[in-house]
Design a protein around this ligand. Sequence first.
Ligand code: NAI
Length: 676
Amino acid sequence: MSNNTQNWRIDIDTDNLAWLHFDKADASTNVLSKDVLAELSEKVTELENSKANCVIIVSDKDNGFIAGADIEGFTVLKNADEGVALIQEAQQLFDRIESLPMPTLCVINGFCLGGGLELALSCRYRLALDDPKTKLGFPEVNLGIFPGFGGSLRSTQLLGAPTAMNMMLTGRNLSARAARKVGLVDAIAPQRLLLQTAKQMALKPPSPHKASFLQRLTNKAIIRNILGNMMRKQVRKKARPEHYPAPFALIDHWVENAGRRGDMLLGEAHKVAELVTGPTAKNLIDVFYMMEAMKSQGSAKDCNAQHVHVIGAGVMGGDIATWCALQGLTVTIQDQKPEFLVNMMTRAHKLFKRKLKQPRLIREALDRIVPDIEGLGVQHADVVIEAIFENVEAKHALYQKLEPVMKPTALLATNTSSIRLEVLSTCLDNPSRLVGLHFFNPVAMMQLVEIVKADNTDDAVVKQACDFARRISRLPLPVKSGPGFLVNRVLMPYLMEAVTLVEEGVPAPLIDKTAKSFGMPMGPIELADTVGLDICLHVAEILTQDMDINVPTRLKDMVEKGLLGAKSGQGFYQYEKGKKVPQASDGNMPKHLQNRLMMRMINEAVSCLDEGVVENQQLLDAGIIFGTGFAPFKGGPMHHIKTEGKETMVSLLDELSTTFGDRFKKDDGWKSLEIG
Ligand code: NAI
């Protein structure tokens, strides 16, 4: 045995089975870092020389198997050659595991992602824990790369191209049962039988899973070309190659190299190394760190909440209550009108069906929501979330009834999108207990929650709110109470500029197309229609009280006429059965169209940073990407300024303000802005 056993350990049992335990030292999660791989290589040498009957790889961490390769290893690469060397070393190691003389079995006890799944694929068998926490997938595409440790080779061989490529192109995870269905794992077992099943499989190895004839056919040259074109078409609907090159590079690589093992491995090494050292992957890796930074604002473990009481069962309150129940909490939901409660239960049922699938789990989730017209849940709740009309008097009247009844330790949160906490808390005996939990619409899709704090909000309350956000699997972003907080404040000038452009006669589809070519997931006009023009107008009008933004007359007129966007069937676009009626996006492109849209948002972002609305540049980029969809591959507004150059951006603002007016005047924050 080697002396160097920081992370891996081999135990030989009485049946001569070698149990290879992985427990990364000083870490809560197993990842494949450089030192872990180097040590694994030593263990593989031991196994190559051993007479064990079978090797069983297990994780000693309760939370899962392996979360992937260590991302930090990618960030230190100086050039693509270093990337090729790193990837090829791992590929050779996994080849050696695949070639071990005895059968190999991997026991997957939770997440098994990226490099972890590639390691599992180099074993002859995979056994997965039958539990909702088990997730198998290739999330690499979200980081701007694709599997490079033999994953594109082995997954397409084992599963056939359609299933394997779909996993790699979308980054979606499979549950244990879904993985068994497609042949990614050979067997599944509940926790109490997991190791026993592993032992049985090791002692009596079954015949390993193999791709069917039809699945193998999908990797043949003639089929590859056809499938490759279909895949490119599908991916193009979601991403552009100039913004997100990785999925396109993966398709090219597979079409070019599949069927030739050596070329598949070489292709992976070179393409992934090139991608990982390119600008998109660098920015997307930074986005990953931004998510980690938001996650570290709170801790689910520190949250003792069991019961949430939500007041207001409208668009937001109903969906917040539903989301909390989905996350295992007991929820009482109060509304002054019973019909809103009926509507929200119907919506909840729909979401649970989509997310939980199994009838028992759906029933249990529905049972966790208790409609509560009289508000009897308030006195028992650990968290009370107010989501009633955006009206100060109504909110004050409600808080005055809540405060004397609530548990003294319970969190009192508002979902207000535009009223300052200082204004809302004046009616409370203890104003320091009110915090904003600003969810975004649609709640089930938008991970970000702004944690709004006024100067007098208790720090412990802010922490409690961040912990709660983590408990319900959302990303908490502490922001200072101020007009529009962070997200609406940077979004509104951008949306208003877009409406101004429509007023000037620029076709809406052209504006949306231009924003999308910058990298926004949806154009501003379509976004306004989706949010609801009445809501946009309401928020914009509140912001005009503190900010220098002009609300275009066009927007007011449309709302007056009842043209509210998607929900009314007509906004800037027309909608049939909730779907936008397509409109041609041609027309003359006016000068500075893209700059006018984006620079208003970027200038406001600089202002927010200067005023300390968020703590630092990283959290600012995070909030704007996760709240507005700002081109993730550009890494957020601060990264974008760095890429373009601060001076260039300042000159652009000068030019825009000369041509289009003071709304483009550069914010004072540019003077002190230090871009790394
Ligand atoms: P909504 O109008 O859809 O729902 C409000 C609900 O509150 C209605 O069902 C109403 O019957 C109920 N309600 C009003 N006063 C009540 C009271 N005293 N007691 C019990 N129930 C009462 O409103 P929406 O859009 O859900 O907004 C709620 C809050 O969330 C507002 O503060 C809004 O600014 C904020 N918000 C809205 C977003 C959106 O996109 N709609 C996004 C983020 C925040």
